[in-house]
Structure formats: structure tokens, C-alpha cells
Design a protein around this ligand. Structure first.
Ligand code: ZN
Length: 842
């Protein structure tokens, strides 16, 4: 399994985009000069409360200095925090009743009393809920204040710090999109800005979108149907220009239709990806064959009557829209209108034509059956994440021979006319023959209806909100995520996100310029390298790892490439490079739908251009503004976009214990992925190879099983009175990576003395905790997330990450330093006896 594993779990995980060149680095004299200031912190939703707290705290500042200057400085003292202490009222009580020990001033101690420090302290306190026992439910202890003050917006399935910061990042981008183009910027930036602003305006222009209606979608469907029925074909040379002119009939309509859809980034039947050949040369980009994305989020949903019936109804409505269409549209007449109706028989059929309503209903049932077969033939996700099991190289001819319904030579020539692959890596070989049988037994019109449904489900969200197709797809999403019925997302917020998703390298450049300047990159890089050093130093002390294996692990950790901030391909620092990357886009003429659709085509083309070439190590799989991070096994790289190097994870101005508990934990998580159940199977060059001794592997497996069992015992409520267990196997790699937290703790300790002397371990006013406790509080609070039950169920089935409460409590119950920091009793839930712990890194 070669796909990178993001550390987190954004609602829709960002997928790939790539490619480019350079020129005018000197054109931007003010680039990367601004610090991420306090105004950019994700505190806006709390600002009113915080400023009230802030004013109050300012009055009490002098008292705080006296009280806390001496009481909190020692690294190793560990009072269990008194209850309650978190709210403003409680702080007042604490200070005025003088129940704390008398101050013992230490001339070395530093308490920051600036306005920024008071706001920061207030934001931490406002997240904490001391009515919970930190040793029993640390997640709730550190997050419940936040959870209570951040209800889930009615149009969303979940809302947590990741979503909050992502919205904050998009608000920064929105500000750029809405501001006039600065007079003093260079030509390339000016042109790029025009394009992103143009796309934003096209998206915002709802009356235009509603006027255009469903025509753009119906145009695409018309092309697919035309190709499927043999009345059209794709000219590979025209594909780059986003056109599909006629060039004679193809031998196989299904091949032409599927090639067209895949080239437009619309998934169906199967997927190809281009990644390294992890069994031979991880840097040689090779063809991978994957099972497809499904209409429902995962295969389990097809077995549930109520959900599958909801889905079927959505299919019926979408098909009805298409069957009921009376006249060809005049929108974007890129493709000549097809004969109508273009299905076999069509107008020449002597029998009485079937009414559109009846036909849509009948075919929706058939499409659901067809897709259910595909779902059942697909591999389970936990198995798919096994890098050995999913690595099945074979001659390409095997694919051609076993899936004869697709004419692969024609298909491939659409994407890679000059490099015909001789080999393909099939992630789950049984799927190939299953798909062949499913297609063999399917009626032609059912396959056609399935293709139509795939197109409609993929593209309808790009239409105006008044269109029937948009509403049908939105309603389906509402049911699947448990969203409030009819709650429409804020249009400006939606459009800023669409622009970021479509032109993310461009918005990333402007985002970085605004919010990731100064020494952010260098300082975050230092923090990450300290975590790597701590990991390496810990290896010889791990009881399950012998000397040979720990030496090899240390070498692998040293070899991992660390990328911080923003992509260099296209080069975020170069206005020309970014301009060049998007030079083909023209929102003013293509409109919103056309631009997003066209960019999908370009992304596919760039993906296929990598085939047979060496890996481009400058490329990233996330944008600069993304709130996430990832480890890519074949590339052996850990990558941290600027988007996540923000509060509550990181700030260049924060004390070390907060940064190591936040950003350090993310760094440790990604690094540890290189040694988790899947990552450990890759050697330091990213190749599949057993590089541990047998005894080390065996001992690792025992602890891994322990961790799987531990997480499988956790359950979530499905909102219908049932407890759904976490899949300990699916989440194994992520849980192991989360436990890497201990190495951020160690890294923080190692640098503590010198950081203290440099004044970067200063204390904050009003926080009655040791620095160790604050390290863990900093970690815990980042995982705050409210989630609707339906969304939680969807996550548990599809997400390799455990629900956030277990990412906190599950992780900490295996790290004894946590229980020690909070003086947890021997009976405390998060302080289990050693024989009940699953300690891999601690
Ligand atoms: Zn991860």
C-alpha cells in the first residue's frame, strides 16, 4: 500500500495534484517576512469571551505574578491539579482565597504577562473542564470547555480543532480573494491572483450558476453516453486541451466511456494510480491498479437497508433528471450533441417507450444491485493497508486477459500514448476477475446507468444550489453525515474552499506569504529534528528491539526526509512557477463548473505523466494551507504543511512545552509511521524489505496485537442505541504512530535547560499546572472534536484513525509519564498496571 497516510482526518482527505519551473524569486521582496501573529490564531469564535476574561485577568495580573512565579517552575514536581480551576470564576476563587502555597519567588522564573500570553492562557483554560478527572477521562478534561463552546454547525457532520483551523486558514485565503489586487505585485502573481479571484467570483455568482442550471452536468453525461454507445471516441491528443472531438467509433464503448471519465477525474469500476514500485525501485513511478471509490462511503453501507434505500432513491432522482431531459443544452458546446436518445433501440424501437419515471426507478434498483456486487468484491480497508498483501506486481497482459471487458491498449493510449506499461501492481487481484464477472452478467443499460450515476454524484455539487441534481446529492450527504436537513453551507466559505481545492498551490503561495513568515520554517524544522533525535536515542532502550534492529532503525530515522511549510514543486516561492502551473486555467471563460472540471483533467494528465519516470522529490501531496501532515512510505518523507503549524499546535512565540505537546506530537506521529505496522516493512530507501531481526519482529507483533486489542475494546455510540467498536486492525498503524508522543515529550525534556535559559520555557499566567502537565494538556486539547453519530459511524468504517477521544486517552494510558505527571492513583483508568499496558515506544 503506497498511499501516504495523513496524520489526521480531515473530512475529505486531500488527494494529489502535481508538476513545474522557475524565474523571479527576486520579484517578491516582502515574501516570507511576516510573523504569524495573534490575530491569525483560531481564537475568533471565542474572542468575545476571551477578551472579557482578558480584561479581568489584566486586573489580576500583579496577583498572578506573585502567586505563580515561584509555584510552577520545577520540571518534576507534579501536583494533581486542584478541582475546579478552569473557569474565570474558579481562578478568582483560587487567587482570592489564597489556598495555594505562599509564593516562593525564583529569580530565574519567567511568567509572561503580556496581553498575548494572557489571551493564550485564557484559551487553554477555556478548553479545560475540571469537572472531569484527568486520570479517568483526559480527553474530556482538556477539551470539554472547547466542545461546549463549539457546537457543530448545522451543515457539517463534525467540528473540531482541525476543522476550526482549516476554516481559519480558508478565511485568510478568503480575505486574499476578496481584497483588491495589490498595486505593487509582479506580473505573474497579478495574473495568478486574477485567476483565483476569478474562480472565487464565478463560484459566488449563484444566479449565473442557477441560470446555467444542470446543462454542464448533462453535457458530460451526454458525452459519456455517446462514447458508451459507440457514437463517439476520444482523441488522445485533444485530451490535453480539454476537448473530446469526434474521431470515429471505438471498438469498445465501455472502454471509451471509462477512459473519458477517468481522464476527467470521475471514478468508476476501477482506479489507476502512479506510485513507486516499492518491491523494486520505490523511486520508479509505476502503474497501480486499485478498486474504485463507491457511491456510498464504504462497503458496509450497502448491507444496510435504510441507507441503501436512501441511496437508491437518490440514484432514481438523478437518473430521472437525465432520462427526462427533453432538449440538448446549449451550454459549453464543446462536444457536438449526440443522437437522442442514444441508448440502443432508442427512437427506432417499435415498442411503446418506457416512461422516464418507471425507467429511472427500475434502473436505480439495478444500479444499486450492480454497485453492491462491486462493494462486496472489494477488499476490506484494513487488508488493503497491508503493504505486503497489496503489493502484487504482474505483467500488464494479466490484467488485459482477466478483465476483457476493458480494452486496455486503447484505454492506456488515452493517458500515456508514449509509454505502454509492461507491468502493473494490482492491490487486490481477486477484484479483477470479480469485476469481469460482474460486467459480464450485467445488462448494458445498467452499466450505462451506473456510469451516469457516477458522473452525477461526482459533479452535481459544482452546480447551482437551485438545481435538482445539487439538491439530490446534498440530501444524500445530509443523511450519510447526519447533517441538519436543508442546512446549506455558507456560500463564501464553500467557494473559498473550492478555490483552495482547485488551485491549492496558488492559494498556498498567498497563504504562506500572509501567515507563515519569519523564522517559522526554521524553528519548526528544529523542533522536528529534535523529535527525530529523541526517537533515535530511545531505540537502544526498547526492550523488544535488539541491537541490530535498533541500529538499523536509527539509520532509517536519519534517512527520512523532512519537508516543512510548503511545496517546492511547483515552487511556492516562485511567482513564475505557480503561474506556469495554472497557465491553462481561465475561469473567466470556463466558469466555475468548467474550471474545476478542467483542473481535474489536468491533474489526471499530470498524474499519468509520471509513469515510468523517477519520483519527483520536490512534489508534495498536500497544499501549504492544509491542516494535516503525512508520511509517505515509498518516498520515506514526513511532510508538514504550514497550515498545521498554527495554534493550537504551534506558534514561534509559544513556550516549548506547548509547542512540543502540539506540533511535536504531530512530528512524532509522522516519524513513528515509518516504524508502525505498515511503515516498518519499508527499508530506509522506501523499499519493501524485512530489515528487523526475526526476534524483534516477533516481539513487535506481540505488542501490536496488544494495541489492536486495546483499541478494539473502545466503542462509540451510533445514535440509535448501539455501541460500535473501533476496528483495532484498521487503526493499528495510526494508534502506534500516536504513541510516538513519548518521543516529543523526551525531545522537549532534552532541550529544556537551554530553552529555559533562552527564555522560551516561560510560564503563562493563571495556569495552575506543571510544565509536564501543560505538555499533555497541549496535546489533549488539539484533538477536541464534536461529531454527529452518523458521521462517527462513517469515520469508524472508513478512517484508519481512531476517534479523537481514544487518540488521547488510548495513547496516554500506554505512556506512564502521563500518569506520573498528573499523580494518577494506581486505580485510575489512564494508569493501568504495566501488564495491562501496550508499551511500544515508552
Ligand atoms: Zn497518521
Amino acid at each position: 500500500m503506497s498511499a501516504p497516510r495523513p496524520s489526521t482526518d480531515a473530512e475529505s482527505a486531500p488527494l494529489l495534484r502535481h508538476d513545474d519551473e522557475d524565474e523571479d524569486a527576486q520579484e517578491e521582496p516582502t515574501f516570507f517576512t511576516k510573523l504569524a501573529d495573534i490575530a491569525d490564531q483560531p481564537l475568533t469564535t471565542l474572542s468575545k469571551i476571551l477578551f472579557a476574561i482578558c480584561l479581568f485577568l489584566l486586573l489580576l495580573t500583579s496577583i498572578f505574578i506573585g502567586l505563580f512565579a515561584g509555584a510552577e517552575h520545577k520540571l518534576n514536581n507534579a501536583p494533581k491539579p486542584s478541582n475546579p480551576v478552569s473557569t474565570t470564576t474558579d481562578i478568582v476563587t483560587t487567587t482570592t482565597t489564597a489556598t495555594l502555597p505562599a509564593p516562593t519567588p525564583d529569580p530565574r522564573e519567567q511568567v509572561c504577562t503580556s496581553t498575548q500570553c494572557i489571551i493564550l492562557a485564557a484559551s487553554i483554560l477555556s478548553s479545560i473542564d475540571t469537572s472531569f478527572d484527568p486520570c479517568e477521562d483526559f480527553y474530556k478534561y482538556t477539551t470539554n470547555g472547547w466542545l461546549k463552546s463549539h457546537p457543530i454547525p448545522s451543515d457539517k457532520g463534525s467540528y473540531g480543532n482541525f476543522e476550526d483551523v482549516q476554516l481559519g486558514n480558508e478565511a485568510i485565503i478568503k480575505g486574499i480573494l476578496e481584497a483588491p489586487i495589490p498595486k505593487d505585485i509582479g506580473t505573474y502573481d497579478r495574473q495568478t491572483l486574477k485567476k483565483v479571484k476569478g474562480l472565487y467570483q464565478e463560484c459566488l455568482d449563484e444566479s449565473k450558476l442557477d441560470k446555467v442550471g444542470m446543462a454542464p452536468l448533462l453535457d458530460v453525461i451526454r458525452v459519456v453516453r455517446g462514447l458508451y454507445n459507440g457514437s463517439n471516441s476520444i482523441d488522445p491528443q485533444a485530451y490535453v486541451q480539454g476537448q473530446a472531438p469526434l474521431s470515429g467509433p471505438t471498438a469498445n464503448g465501455l472502454t471509451a466511456a471509462i477512459a473519458y471519465m477517468h481522464s476527467r477525474d470521475i471514478g468508476a469500476l476501477f482506479n489507476f494510480d502512479i506510485e513507486g514500485d516499492i518491491g523494486n525501485d520505490p523511486d520508479k513511478m509505476t502503474l497501480w491498479f486499485w478498486q474504485p471509490d463507491l457511491g456510498l462511503p464504504s462497503k458496509e453501507y450497502y448491507e444496510e437497508e435504510d441507507i441503501s434505500e436512501t441511496y437508491r432513491k437518490a440514484l432514481e432522482e438523478l437518473l430521472f433528471i437525465v432520462f427526462d431531459e427533453k432538449k440538448p443544452s446549449s451550454y459549453g458546446l464543446r462536444w457536438p450533441p449526440m443522437p437522442w436518445p442514444p441508448w440502443p433501440g432508442g427512437e427506432n424501437d417499435d415498442s411503446k417507450p418506457e416512461n422516464s419515471t418507471v425507467r429511472a426507478k427500475r434502473l436505480s434498483k439495478e444500479v444499486l444491485k450492480f454497485e453492491t456486487k462491486i462493494a462486496r468484491a472489494s477488499q476490506d480497508l484494513d487488508e488493503l493497508f497491508d503493504p505486503i498483501g497489496s503489493y502484487n506486481p504482474m505483467p500488464f497482459a494479466n490484467l488485459t486477459a482477466n478483465l476483457t471487458q476493458i480494452k486496455f491498449p486503447e484505454y492506456i493510449s488515452t493517458f500515456a500514448p508514449r509509454v505502454f506499461p509492461t507491468q502493473v501492481i494490482v492491490t487486490y487481484p481477486p477484484y479483477v476477475s470479480s469485476l469481469s464477472q460482474i460486467l459480464e452478467s450485467a445488462e448494458s443499460e445498467v452499466v450505462e446507468a451506473y456510469l451516469i450515476a457516477r458522473v452525477a454524484l461526482s459533479l452535481s455539487s459544482l452546480l447551482g444550489q437551485e438545481t435538482k441534481a445539487w439538491k439530490v446529492v446534498r440530501e444524500l450527504r445530509e443523511v450519510l453525515g447526519g447533517l441538519k436537513k436543508g442546512a446549506v453551507p455558507d456560500r463564501a466559505e464553500y467557494c473559498a474552499k473550492q478555490v483552495s481545492d482547485t488551485m491549492g498551490y496558488a492559494t498556498g503561495r498567498f497563504f504562506v506569504e500572509k501567515a507563515f513568515g519569519g523564522d517559522s520554517k526554521a524553528k519548526a524544522g528544529k523542533l522536528i529534528s529534535n523529535v527525530i533525535d529523541a526517537f533515535k536515542e530511545s531505540l537502544p532502550k526498547l526492550s523488544w528491539m535488539d541491537t541490530n534492529s535498533s541500529t538499523a532503525a536509527s539509520e532509517k530515522a536519519s534517512a527520512i526526509e523532512v519537508k516543512v511549510g510548503y511545496p517546492m514543486y511547483p515552487d511556492t516561492e516562485s511567482a513564475f512557477s505557480i503561474w506556469n502551473y495554472y497557465q491553462w486555467l481561465d475561469p473567466a471563460t470556463k466558469g466555475f463548473f468548467g474550471t474545476v472540471f478542467y483542473q481535474g483533467t489536468i491533474d489526471q494528465m499530470r498524474k499519468w505523466q509520471k509513469l515510468g519516470k523517477a519520483r519527483n522529490h520536490l512534489a508534495w501531496e498536500m497544499y501549504a494551507s492544509t491542516v494535516n501532515a503525512y508520511f509517505n512510505p515509498p518516498a520515506q518523507e514526513i511532510v508538514f504543511p504550514a497550515g498545521i503549524m498554527r495554534p493550537p499546535w504551534y506558534s514561534v512565540e509559544w513556550p516549548g512545552y506547548l509547542n512540543y505537546g502540539g506540533m511535536g506530537a504531530i512530528a512524532a506521529h509522522e516519524l513513528t509511521h515509518a516504524f508502525d505496522s505498515a511503515g516498518r516493512m519499508f527499508n530506509q530507501k522506501g523499499k519493501l524489505e524485512e530489515w528487523w531481526t526475526n526476534s524483534t519482529s516477533e516481539k513487535f507483533n506481540v505488542i501490536q496485537k496488544c494495541i489492536s486489542k486495546q483499541y478494539s475494546s473502545y466503542t462509540i455510540d451510533d445514535g440509535k442505541g448501539n455501541q460500535i467498536p473501533v476496528n483495532g486492525e484498521l487503526t493499528s498503524g495510526e494508534n502506534i504512530a500516536d504513541q510516538g508522543l513519548i518521543n516529543s515529550f523526551r525531545a522537549w525534556k532534552t532541550q529544556y535547560d537551554s530553552a529555559y535559559d533562552n527564555g522560551t520555557e516561560y510560564l503563562l499566567p493563571g495556569l495552575n499546572y506543571t510544565r509536564e502537565q501543560l505538555f499533555f494538556i497541549s496535546f489533549g486539547r488539539t484533538w477536541a472534536r464534536n461529531m454527529r453519530p452518523a458521521s462517527a459511524v462513517q469515520r469508524i468504517r472508513t478512517d484508519p484513525h481512531s476517534p479523537t477521544q481514544f487518540r488521547v486517552d488510548g495513547t496516554l494510558s500506554d505512556i506512564p509519564e502521563f500518569a506520573k505527571a498528573f499523580n494518577c492513583s494506581a486505580k485510575a483508568k489512564l494508569n493501568p498496571p504495566p501488564e495491562k499496558q501496550c508499551r511500544l515506544w515508552s
